[in-house]
Design a protein around this ligand. Structure first.
Ligand SMILES: [Cu+2]
Length: 151
């Protein structure tokens, strides 16, 4: 996983730098801002509900974070970021700003909990912490995925 990630990142940097090199003759290209670093031991986790639990159609989700702090989206400050909630395994790109959808929610004001309303059945939830530009940190701070039953 981390080797693939490293290779993908290297390829991305290579492509980016060749594009920037090609553009250089036309106008000064802005330097791509590197992803924000996360400290050792940083961790995002879902405090509530617990994995395997049954909840009502409208329920509270509490976000947990270790070794980092919360900052609103757009505010650049070391070791901070904001939470994103991935519902039912919504896909996202580790090298691009996270998209926004019904199943990939941003909490750019720095929220640490939310009320979710989901249809009855099994669902999965996962937290992805990301920097001021909505990009995952380096290394990524992503919670374990939990499975819940909505009744
Ligand atoms: Cu975001």
């Amino acid at each position: 996983m981390s080797i693939i990630n490293t290779v993908a990142t290297a390829a991305f940097i290579l492509i980016t730098s060749s594009i920037m090199y090609a553009e250089e003759s036309k106008k000064p290209a802005p330097t791509a801002e590197p992803k924000m670093a996360s400290p050792k031991g940083a961790k995002a986790y879902i405090i509530f509900p617990k994995n395997g639990k049954t909840v009502k159609t409208k329920f509270l989700v509490k976000f947990g974070l270790k070794k980092m702090g919360i900052a609103p989206a757009g505010i650049k400050f070391p070791n901070t970021g904001h939470h994103h909630l991935i519902i039912d395994g919504a896909k996202f790109d580790m090298n691009l700003p996270l998209s926004m959808s019904e199943t990939l929610k941003h909490f750019g004001a720095g929220q640490t909990e939310t009320f979710l309303e989901l249809k009855p059945g099994k669902h999965t939830l996962k937290l992805v912490f990301a920097d001021h530009l909505h990009r995952v940190h380096q290394p990524p701070v992503i919670s374990e995925e939990i499975t819940i039953t909505v009744k």
